[in-house]
Design a protein around this ligand. Structure first.
Ligand code: PLP
Length: 392
């Protein structure tokens, strides 16, 4: 990109776009880092028009638009919208569907959203949501009969890390007359671009890898086409007050500049740990798409470019008590929910999800950060041995 014109930027790779958070250069100051626009209101032209495109801060914000421009390019979409959280981005999508819409969703997916779909989406929006096994393409084909309106998938999916075939499900969805949305939070824009595989919408919790520093809650949607349903989502964001704040948008752009480096480091740590832990005497199973014996490893190799993600789960020998005792004994790993930050986090997931969760009670979910892999292994290894000594 030249230092003024930005019409060539879509030809740059994701690394280049993200490193410069390449929205546009402020023509007045030529600042390399975008300013934070805080104004909630904008002056009307004397002839009563709003030529700047901005009128009031609930609908839109210039700093948020900068972030959206980068995310739209990274995901190869037609437009992006940033939201106050990943949940609000997802809820905006479902709110845009007509009453009675038939929706297919995965039976293993981000728990807070599954809860909302199970308990709220029917009661408040009148959606008809069915949960199915999304890794099984035949099961999706059988469920996606004509009349199905919308399919939501998540890949790799929380917290068992199954991989869903985006291209295959997109084809099935479109044949049935349905649209496909992908929660790509854990794949990140670095490893997978769902819109290029045929998805209609991609959603991210930018609280995770996109921001990457565990200090902003934010969400993103990117669309393949500027269609009527996208316009509905835009209206819903404005009227429901779901827009991301300008300071948060600035922080997410700052995080985004190092996303490729962080994600690659997290992937390398996760793969190293997965390989070390699968031979560990106190670990009965390692769930990670990068392992050759993972049920969808071949698909993961095709669909995820440059890594298998920073997330994995382990099942601890001795059951739930041993898993919780292990979590109690880590030092470098932080015992906390969430994922995708530079610091490694570990969580006993069944305690979070509670009743009805498909998560086994002996499972610990690991979000690999960018620390030294030897330190991460040594800390977890010591915790596993301490816990085993204590609980046996
Ligand atoms: C965190 C997360 C969400 C929800 O995003 P928030 O920013 O916490 O609202 C949705 N999907 C996945 C996969 C997530 O990890």
């Amino acid at each position: 990109m030249g230092n003024d014109a930005d019409d060539t930027k879509t030809t740059f790779g994701g690394e280049s776009l993200a490193a410069q958070a390449m929205g546009s250069i402020d023509p007045v100051t030529k600042a390399v880092v975008q300013p934070i626009h805080l104004s909630t209101t904008f002056i009307r032209d004397p002839d009563n028009a709003y030529r700047s495109g901005f009128a009031y801060g609930r609908a839109d914000n210039a700093t948020v638009r900068e972030l959206e421009a980068v995310l739209q390019m990274l995901e190869h979409g037609a437009a992006a919208l940033a939201f106050g959280s990943g949940m609000s981005a997802a809820v905006a999508v479902f709110t845009s569907l007509p009453r009675g819409a038939k929706v297919l969703a995965p039976n293993v997916m981000y728990w807070a959203l599954k809860n909302w779909l199970s308990n709220e989406a029917k009661a408040t929006l009148g959606l008809d949501v069915r949960f199915i096994e999304m890794q099984d393409v035949d099961a999706v084909r059988a469920a996606a009969v004509p009349g199905c309106d919308f399919i939501w998938i998540e890949t790799p999916s929380n917290p068992l890390w199954g991989v869903v075939d985006i291209a295959a499900v997109a084809e099935i969805a479109h044949a049935a007359g349905a649209r496909l949305a992908v929660d790509s939070t854990c794949a990140t824009p670095v490893l997978t671009q769902p819109l290029l595989l045929g998805a209609d919408l991609v959603m991210h919790s930018a609280s995770k890898y996109i921001n990457g520093h565990s200090d902003v809650v934010a969400g993103v949607l990117v669309t393949r086409e500027l269609d009527a349903s996208w316009q509905r989502i835009e209206k819903i964001r404005a009227s429901h007050g779901m827009l991301l704040g300008p300071f948060e948008a600035f922080l997410v752009m700052r995080g985004l500049r190092t996303m490729h480096l962080r994600v690659r480091a997290a992937c390398a740590n996760a793969l190293g740990l997965a390989n070390a832990l699968r031979q560990h005497p106190l670990v009965t199973e390692v769930l990670y798409p990068g392992l050759p014996d993972h049920a969808q490893h071949g698909l993961a190799v095709r669909q995820m470019k440059g890594g298998f993600g920073g997330m994995l789960s382990i099942r601890v020998r001795g059951g739930e008590a041993s898993a919780i005792a292990t979590a109690a004994r880590v030092g470098l790993w932080k015992r906390a929910t969430s994922l995708g930050g530079v610091e490694s986090l570990l969580e006993h997931r069944a305690s979070v999800e509670g009743q009805g969760s498909p998560c086994p009670p002996d499972l610990l979910r690991l979000s690999c950060g960018i620390e030294l892999s030897e330190d991460l292994f040594a800390d977890l290894d010591a915790a596993l041995h301490d816990a085993a000594a204590q609980t046996s």
